[in-house]
Design a protein around this ligand. Structure first.
Ligand code: DGY
Length: 324
């Protein structure tokens, strides 16, 4: 029977699927397994079900000749050395599609919360500061009719754009080379990055993390943005240079940031971003609905089981190695 190591407890359906077919070892702690434990477990396993917090690198694979499949419980896979897996003929699964709408809901929730300063307002009430109604209390920015710039017009970016049409927003985007029909349907206009930075009232990031997108939002980019601009990041923390972001928020070069993801994760308690009222930070929960997290587990389990059988995965990052 194949042995699989699952690096955290996850919603039940996916685990049940695995237990019907394999010997399943689950890491029970809430915190990730230390790297040496992860490596030891991977070395004894035929399949690894990893999370985005697990570093699945060439050194791990080198010590795990038995390992035949890696399945990531996420759409993003920047925690995995894909070329190293491909070189060793290990298929890597991921979970696109099932989390698109939940992530788009969350990006829009952050957009609205930042625009209308919801977390500040809630802190204000809890601190006992609400004494009267005042014409200039906690003023924010209108979302309706504003310009939304979407950097990365893939599945999630497009789903955010669909929500924005309900608010009468003008939508501009970068990337999404094959998104022509959807863009036309949504009335979205493809622009270059500089135009997106200069013209957007809200910028929502939906790129994968790779060499091209690391620090896509750096000091120069932040300088091009409107002073009233609001930045929303539900992609990956490293897409934004957080030192530059702090400086821009502090100096009023942009108005606000709403971050689902940070660099590093978790954010350290001495990070200066945590001192700013105009920065809303939540702990990487864009896909965190009950239904979606269960569906992610089902896809991750299905990918793992398919890979163990040598069959095509539902979603494989390196399909060229499948069946070899
Ligand atoms: C992903 O899947 O990559 C998200 O960041 C977490 O669901």
């Amino acid at each position: 029977m194949d042995r699989v190591f699952v690096t955290r407890q996850m919603p039940p359906t996916g685990l049940e699927m695995l237990r019907e077919a394999c010997e399943v070892v689950v890491w029970e702690d809430d915190l990730p397994p230390p790297q040496d434990v992860l490596m030891q477990e991977a070395a004894q396993s035929d399949g690894l079900l990893s999370l985005l917090t697990d570093k699945v690198d060439a050194a791990l694979m080198e010590q795990a000749p038995r390992l035949r499949v890696i399945s990531n419980y996420a759409v993003g896979y920047d925690n995995i050395d894909i070329p190293a897996a491909t070189e060793r003929g290990i298929p890597v699964g991921h979970t696109p599609g099932v989390l698109t709408e939940s992530c788009a809901d969350h990006a829009f929730a952050l957009l609205l919360a930042a625009a209308r300063r919801i977390s500040e307002a809630e802190r204000y009430v809890r601190a006992g500061k609400w004494q009267t109604w005042h014409p200039t209390l906690l003023l924010g920015q209108d979302v309706h009719n504003a310009t939304l710039g979407i950097a990365g017009f893939g599945r999630i970016g497009q789903a955010v754009a669909r929500r924005a049409t309900g608010f009468g927003m003008r939508i501009i985007y970068t990337g999404g080379s094959s998104a022509g029909d959807v863009a036309t349907e949504l009335g979205a206009e493809q622009v270059d990055m500089e135009t997106l930075l200069r013209e957007s009232d809200f910028i929502s990031l939906h790129t994968p993390l790779n060499a091209d997108t690391t620090h896509l939002i750096n000091a120069e980019a932040l300088q091009m943005m409107k002073k009233t601009a609001i930045l929303i990041n539900t992609a990956r923390g490293k897409v934004v240079d957080s030192t530059a972001l702090y400086a821009a928020l502090k100096a009023g070069d942009i108005a606000y940031a709403a971050l689902d993801v940070t660099d590093p994760e978790p954010i350290t308690m001495d990070d200066p971003l945590l001192t700013l009222d105009n920065c809303l930070i939540v702990p990487h929960i864009a896909s965190a609905s009950y239904a979606t997290r269960d569906r992610i587990g089902q896809i991750a389990a299905a990918n793992l089981l398919a890979g163990l059988k040598g069959e095509p995965m539902l979603h494989c990052v390196n399909p060229q190695v499948q069946g070899k």
